[in-house]
Design a binder for this molecule. Structure first.
Ligand SMILES: [Zn+2]
Length: 535
């Protein structure tokens, strides 16, 4: 019998953690960071204590109580006694691997807690983006997906408490198994990127390996990896052949992006397997229409072409398709797109795998904006980027003197640069991202409006609050193509794949599938948090 147990991604958008068991064989489908539950208890200045290791996330229900699947080095003594009476407590024998759908942290973040001998199966782009994000980010101890610093339990002199300390312990890289490319196809530069940061005796590197689809198999399941379109490159859906038939896991996907053809091919291939079950995301299941990426280009171009002042574009830079859309707008309006060093690092990384990604040196319309208050000891990746692209660096003064020449890729968290730039009144803030989803984001949105008011910037496409609802003003819509398919597209995906069982995840409105598929041959089953569905 095949059992699916859902530890995350139920009645919430993200945090997917699904355990698939078939006799002795076990595999995890994503192991994401549960933002919604995390925000119930924590905020910027109240975080799980890294020194307490597994204790805080297990106690607060951020991790499922599964003994034996987590890293030994962050396990406090007698930890499990505390959880053995928990109804979800189990001690699974072993886990064969994690199938990672894409590099968004709500799908990947909590891999940081898993044992290092559990391999991560992913596409090459996902593996590389996960590493680039970690190399260039301030990743907390609960978001170290690609590698981690093992801890030792120490009792610092004079202190009575014992905590987990990361000291001079070698960094450990996780074992990634690449599902979509033969490693022979990777360039020496790509392989060098993978080992970057792991030198000599001070760190332990794990070579990349190939996945079962491309040859040597360590995984006990027959797997299929289907590339799909989402708001981050490298996303995929998975097929797992079980003793009850094929189980398909969609990850996050859409049919209206630049790579929609990938999702179409996935639908066709998955349908031909006549799956027993489809685990399908439902983020936008209530939404009736989509905005396509070319509409973002057209609407953005119209707004920016009319401006003779500075333009700030706010979007997620990991959405490389969106970055390329704004690069096109910059070229077509005679401006330069100024990206941050971490975005340059991501582009450079992507280009190692996808040569069609523009070369920063060659691309006339692309420059790199370096923060005004530089750190005395910049990280090595940052130093490398700034040296390699020295001729492409612009500083606040350069932007200040030629405001109509730039589109700055800033988000809310980069607004601190504005006092150095002094944007002229009437400069444009183009918002190309999603509306606020929770109270914390609403507070940030109010702050963002205050910044705009203070500097007399004009918002465009920016949701405005009225009677407690956030709405984009009429005439300014169509500046954000969601990473997720709308309701009609999701139903089309379900109907064309036609599984016997459909299990909605990653959705606040899973009931919508029941309402719309009641007259079909598809049996919709809603999972409960920690609940098991036998198939
Ligand atoms: Zn995603």
């Amino acid at each position: 019998m095949v059992c699916l147990t859902f530890y995350g991604g139920i009645n919430e958008i993200g945090g997917n953690k699904i355990l698939l068991e078939d006799g002795d064989r076990r595999i995890l489908l994503d192991f994401g960071f549960p933002y919604k539950r995390h925000k119930l208890f924590y905020e910027e200045y109240l975080k799980p204590r890294s020194g307490a290791g597994l204790l805080d996330p297990l106690t607060m229900g951020l991790l499922p109580p599964l003994e034996g699947i987590y890293r030994d080095d962050i396990e406090p003594p007698d930890l499990w006694q505390q959880f053995r009476s928990n109804p979800l407590y189990r001690r699974p024998d072993h886990i064969d691997g994690i199938l990672l759908s894409h590099a968004h942290l709500d799908h990947s973040g909590h891999i940081s807690f898993l044992r290092n001998d559990i391999p991560v199966y992913a596409t090459s782009v996902t593996a590389f983006i996960a590493k680039a994000m970690q190399d260039s980010g301030k990743s907390d101890f609960d978001q170290q997906v690609s590698y981690f610093n093992p801890t030792t339990r120490e009792c610092p002199t004079g202190w009575k408490q014992i905590a987990f300390i990361t000291g001079n312990v070698p960094k450990q890289q996780r074992q990634f198994c690449i599902a979509d490319t033969d490693l022979k196809n990777l360039s020496p530069n790509a392989l060098q990127f993978w080992s970057w940061g792991f030198w000599g005796k001070t760190s332990k590197q794990k070579e990349l390996t190939s996945c079962p689809m491309t040859g040597h198999s360590k995984c006990s399941f027959n797997l299929r990896c289907f590339p799909v379109d989402h708001s981050i490159p490298g996303a995929c859906a998975w097929g797992i052949e079980t003793s009850s038939g094929w189980v398909i896991y969609s990850g996050d996907l859409r049919l209206h992006g630049k790579r929609a053809g990938l999702t179409r091919k996935f639908i066709e291939d998955a349908a031909s397997l006549h799956p027993r079950a489809l685990i399908l995301e439902g983020t936008n299941v209530l939404r009736e229409t989509n905005v396509a990426e070319h509409e973002v280009y057209e609407n953005g171009l119209k707004a920016i072409a009319n401006s003779d002042r500075l333009v700030i574009a706010d979007f997620s830079p990991r959405d490389v398709d969106r970055l390329l859309t704004f690069l096109e707008i910059a070229t077509d309006t005679g401006r330069k797109l100024a990206i941050l060093p971490k975005d340059a690092y991501l582009l450079k990384t992507m280009r190692l795998l996808e040569p069609e990604i523009p070369d920063i040196v060659q691309e006339d319309s692309l420059v790199i904006y370096q923060d005004t208050i530089a750190s005395k000891y910049p990280s090595l990746w940052m130093r490398n980027i700034c040296q390699e692209y020295d001729s492409k660096i612009v500083l606040a003064d350069g932007v200040k003197l030629a405001q109509d020449q730039f589109i700055l890729c800033f988000s809310f968290f980069d607004l601190n640069e504005l006092p150095s730039i002094c944007p002229k009144p009437g400069s444009l803030y183009v918002y190309s991202s999603s509306e606020p989803h929770d109270e914390e984001q609403e507070i940030d949105f109010r702050r963002l409006h205050n910044w705009l008011k203070h500097f007399e910037l004009k918002g465009f496409g920016l949701p405005v609050e009225s009677n407690g609802e956030w709405e984009i003003p009429g005439g300014e819509k169509g500046l954000h193509a969601s990473g997720h398919a709308c309701g009609l597209d999701l139903l089309e995906i379900a109907q064309e794949i036609e599984p016997e069982i459909l299990i909605p995840v990653h959705s606040e409105h899973p009931n919508s599938y029941i309402e719309h598929l009641s007259n079909s041959n598809i049996n919709v089953i809603l999972p409960a948090v920690g609940g098991t569905i036998e198939i």
